[in-house]
Design a protein around this ligand. Structure first.
Ligand SMILES: C[S@@+](CC[C@H](N)C(=O)[O-])C[C@H]1O[C@@H](n2cnc3c(N)ncnc32)[C@H](O)[C@@H]1O
Ligand code: SF4
Ligand code: SF4
Length: 389
């Protein structure tokens, strides 16, 4: 069994729904980052010394707190509270990342529940001001009119809301009345976006497991009805700790998982509301048959070549499972990225046979990256009726 690593979507498997409309100014603004990002993509794949000297992270995943107001049945994070950095410490870290990789580096905040970290919205705004591309994942239970307005107008790249089923299915996984609260939060975020005329993608995110596999059609229908931009699936990881384990949730009755994956692939091919890439969805089948086994045939893991993560206490990692490479308050992330520790960790990552399928780890092709960029550049919400990309 593995630990309680937190995995989250960073938009890496985003697809372009429907026809795209570009405003020429937005396109011009985007060209610089797109070119820089494209060059960086090749540098990350270059031989060791070139990669070490020139590549930069395309994403930084920040777990800003482990505290949470919910106790979801599959998640052990809030049972292991650790010290937290202050708002000013996070701002300094973001300044370093911005000076190093600003313009195209995505900062994905998660937790715990990031919205209960005091000053979280200030940290987000700071990242926007510094030219980084921030987004976050939330359970949306503490969203109100006021914070919804602030969140949807500050210029974020994405807001992901976790939704693990509709009504009782979500409540069974995430606790009593949690669906009602999350549903309200989602609607407030969408209303705030519409009221202000801003464009911030709102993505619903489901942790797929036996318990909710049969609810996939309802999740797809809800995503359309509520007006969210897409639905992203992450296969549940089996975990255990002092808090218990989540294995029971993983198991599905009969062929429920197989059917759910078939539906996701079908929806993807029809309309593109499901945002995972096709290859990613196909790998789900293999994963659910053997969630804890090695998958040596799968492509080499490159997680530490493309991004890094920073825990709430400042500990930096390339793969959350393989340990830390230093502390961000002592060693700036820009220095840690090119350190000997990071290179040694990358060798271990390249040799790892685990083949993780978490959305933050799913390997991004240049096409995936271009699609994600196009998705984020849409000047306005566009019809999702075109063929799925
Ligand atoms: C840990 S949560 C933190 C953000 C926020 N509290 C939320 O629930 O969206 C980030 C994501 O990890 C997912 N997650 C939690 N436990 C998981 C597990 N055992 N396997 C896979 N994903 C998991 C959640 O569903 C959520 O989408
Ligand atoms: S809301 Fe998020 S962090 Fe909190 S227990 Fe649930 S999955 Fe874990
Ligand atoms: S496959 Fe990659 S992300 Fe998964 S445990 Fe191995 S090194 Fe880490």
């Amino acid at each position: 069994m593995r630990g309680d690593a937190c995995h989250d979507a960073n938009g890496c498997v985003m697809q372009v729904p429907g026809a795209l409309r570009f405003e020429s100014m937005r396109l011009t603004e985007a060209l610089g980052p797109a070119v820089k990002g494209g060059i960086n993509h090749f540098l990350q794949k270059a031989p060791g010394p070139i990669r070490r000297t020139f590549s930069k992270p395309m994403s930084v995943y920040i777990m800003i707190t482990r505290r949470c107001n919910l106790r979801c049945a599959m998640c052990g994070i809030p049972y292991d509270i650790r010290p937290e950095l202050t708002v000013d410490q996070w701002k300094a870290i973001l300044d370093d990342v911005a000076a190093f990789a600003g313009g195209y580096c995505k900062i994905q905040f998660s937790g715990g529940e990031p919205l209960i970290y005091e000053g979280f919205l200030d940290v987000l705004e700071h990242a926007v001001k510094r030219g980084l591309l921030p987004g976050f994942c939330t359970n949306a239970t503490v969203i109100n009119e006021e914070n919804a307005q602030r969140i949807m107008t500050m210029g974020l790249e994405n807001v992901n809301v976790s939704l693990d089923g509709i009504g009782a299915v979500h409540d069974r996984i995430r606790g009593e009345e949690s669906f009602e609260r999350t549903d309200k939060g989602i609607r407030l975020l969408i209303a705030a976006r519409e009221k202000s005329g801003s464009y911030t993608p709102l993505i619903l995110k489901t942790c797929l497991m036996g318990t909710n596999a049969a609810d996939v059609p309802n999740l797809i229908a809800y995503t359309r009805e509520v007006g969210a931009d897409g639905l992203l699936f992450q296969p549940m990881e089996i975990r255990s700790g002092d808090w218990g384990d989540n294995e029971e949730l993983f198991r599905a009755e009969g062929d429920a998982i197989e059917k759910a994956i078939g539906l996701l692939i079908e929806d993807k091919q029809k309309s593109g509301i499901v945002m995972n890439g096709l290859r990613h969805l196909e790998l789900f089948r293999e994963y659910f048959k053997d969630p804890e086994g090695d998958h040596p045939g799968r492509q080499q893991c490159t997680v530490g070549d493309t991004g890094m993560m920073i825990h709430c206490d400042g500990a930096m990692a390339l793969c959350v499972e393989l340990g830390n490479i230093g502390g961000a308050t002592e060693t700036p992330p820009s220095v840690a990225w090119r350190s000997k520790e990071a290179e040694v960790m990358r060798q271990r990552i390249h040799a790892c046979q685990k083949g993780c399928l978490q959305t933050c780890y799913a390997r991004k092709s240049l096409l995936d990256k271009a699609r994600a960029l196009l998705f984020l550049l849409r000047g306005k919400r566009t019809a999702r009726t075109g063929p799925g990309a």
